[in-house]
Design a protein around this ligand. Structure first.
Ligand SMILES: [Zn+2]
Length: 81
């Protein structure tokens, strides 16, 4: 049985350069991270709330060969659970 005979869901992303379909890296540019802390009696801090805001573009790259797969990003975002 050849690999291409196996049923493949049509919406699986794979790297056109190296064929990787398992590991991808998302890169966010220009991110503002805001974290609310409360100070405890002993002077230590506990984070209460995290708020991140992405101002720049979100990129998707192949984790194996670092090919730019950003044109797959909207599909990637839809399949993020
Ligand atoms: Zn690749």
């Amino acid at each position: 049985m050849q690999a291409q005979d196996l049923p493949t869901p049509v919406n699986r992303i794979s790297c056109p350069k190296c064929g990787n379909d398992e590991e991808f890296i998302e890169i966010a540019e220009n991110v503002i991270l805001t974290t609310l802390y409360t100070q405890n009696q002993d002077g230590s801090f506990t984070p209460e709330e995290d708020d991140s805001q992405v101002l720049g573009a979100l990129k998707l790259i192949c984790a194996h060969c670092e090919a730019d797969l950003s044109h797959f990003h909207s599909r990637f975002a839809e399949m993020l659970f």
